[in-house]
Design a protein around this ligand. Structure first.
Ligand code: HAM
Length: 397
């Protein structure tokens, strides 16, 4: 939890400097939103959603990702009517009924950003630049950026024909799901994890060979900008992403073991697919928070350690309790981390406890100290003791 808090703090600080505003969307949405948004033929919709009937007989689904809900909120709150772009971020839980394993959870958390209203490759740069800074701040070095373009609706038509021709030649060797998917949405066949399918997919036509002039131009401009910004990347023509809404740019940040920590891209048709009257381009990413923690551990990166207790206030005698607790309260108010005894322990046991929790300093408050108005503050590292006025403890810590 402590690591997560730091990760979230870094994310929030970065988003603030990028002028990206935070949103929270509900944990569940109408199932149809994900069916239409994420896509009927995706693994997420076909196999991984937690879908329930509520008491009003509505089909609801725990959000498997953050984008569809963000788009719904953007539309429902008419954010498109404000000056564009609209730049939003979220830190949310997400639910996917997957086979749980290391790095793959049924409830995970994502830090995500969505930018609405810009068709310019500079919007991709904004997202990718934030991500590279995010990883720099976290201290991650082993995660690399891979990009690809899967074109727009136009390019998809010609590409799908070529892909379908190719898949037809291998139809007998494909798994059952792929046989079904290739008719409805051949691109999704490329996500298949079945080894025999993967062997075939390796030689499938590549989306970047079927881009129209505009999509080609967009991809080239993006790459030029990345180079000019000194952001290192590699084109990986195998990246098509597992969700249906992407158009043009897709990208992933992948670690040395091939685990994707962050995925995203442009989705210029999704807003329109959810609300016919609006036609607004968008781009975004989702970063798995548990996968960040896994990567930090694997790379041996220590995020700042949990702050230590500045002072342990020991209590000697019941009659000193209120005065001791008043002191604790006032020192906490001044910003110090202060602990005391709630267990009616002996002074010896209290000091043992103070040592155990790593308190930097200790002090004992009893009737004598209160009468004299003076206390001994002990530095637990050096063992040195200093006598100070009761009111001045804060100034020496
Ligand atoms: P996604 O690639 O499905 O994209 O998920 C984003 C990230 O969430 C992954 O790269 C991974 O780190 C993490 N993740 C996904 N599933 C799991 C899981 N079962 N266990 C642990 N971590 C997981 C999206 O969700 C898109 N909404 C991203 C996006 C935003 N594209 C545009 N805007």
């Amino acid at each position: 939890m402590y690591k997560r808090t730091i990760i979230e703090e870094i994310a929030r600080k970065l988003c603030k400097s990028y002028h990206i505003k935070e949103i929270i969307t509900p944990v569940f949405e109408h199932t149809i939103l994900f069916q239409r948004g994420v896509g009927e033929t995706t693994d997420v919709v076909q196999k991984e959603m937690y879908t329930f009937q509520d008491k009003g007989n509505r089909s609801i689904t725990l959000k498997p990702e953050g984008t569809a809900g963000a788009v719904r909120a953007y539309l429902e709150n008419s954010l498109y009517a404000e000056s564009q772009p609209t730049k939003l971020f979220y830190i949310t839980q997400a639910f996917r009924y997957e086979n749980p394993q290391s790095g793959r959870l049924r409830q995970h958390h994502q830090f995500g950003v969505e930018i609405f209203g810009s068709a310019s490759p500079l919007a991709e740069i904004e997202i990718i630049s934030l991500l590279t800074e995010f990883m720099e701040e976290l201290g991650l070095k082993g995660v690399k950026l891979y990009i690809n373009s899967i074109g727009c609706k136009n390019c998809r038509k010609t590409y799908n024909e070529a892909l379908l021709d190719f898949l037809n030649e291998h139809a007998n060797e494909l798994c059952g799901t792929c046989k079904e998917r290739m008719q409805k949405n051949p691109l999704r066949v490329l996500d298949c994890k079945v080894p025999t399918c993967q062997e075939i997919i390796k030689d499938a036509p590549r989306t970047i060979d079927y881009l129209d002039e505009e999509c080609k131009g967009h991809f080239e401009e993006l790459q030029n900008l990345l180079k000019e910004m000194d952001i290192s990347y590699q084109v990986d023509t195998g990246i098509v992403r597992g969700l249906d809404y992407y158009t043009r740019t897709v990208f992933e940040f992948i670690n040395s073991e091939g685990l994707t920590l962050c995925g995203g891209g442009r989705y210029d048709n999704l807003v329109n697919e959810i609300e016919e009257k609006q036609d607004i381009p968008a781009v975004g990413f989702g970063f798995g928070i548990e996968r960040i923690i896994k990567e930090l551990d694997a790379e041996g990166v220590e995020l700042a350690t949990e702050p230590a207790v500045d002072l342990y206030v020991g209590i000697l005698g019941k009659e000193s309790r209120a005065a001791a607790y008043r002191l604790v309260k006032s020192l906490r108010k001044s910003g110090l981390i202060v602990e005391t005894d709630y267990m009616d322990r002996s002074v010896k046991a209290q000091m043992k406890y103070a040592n155990k929790i790593g308190a930097k300093n200790t002090v004992i408050i009893g009737a004598d100290e209160l009468a004299a108005g003076k206390v001994n503050v002990k530095n637990m590292d050096t063992g040195n003791q200093i006598e100070v006025d009761l009111e001045s403890i804060g100034s020496i810590l």
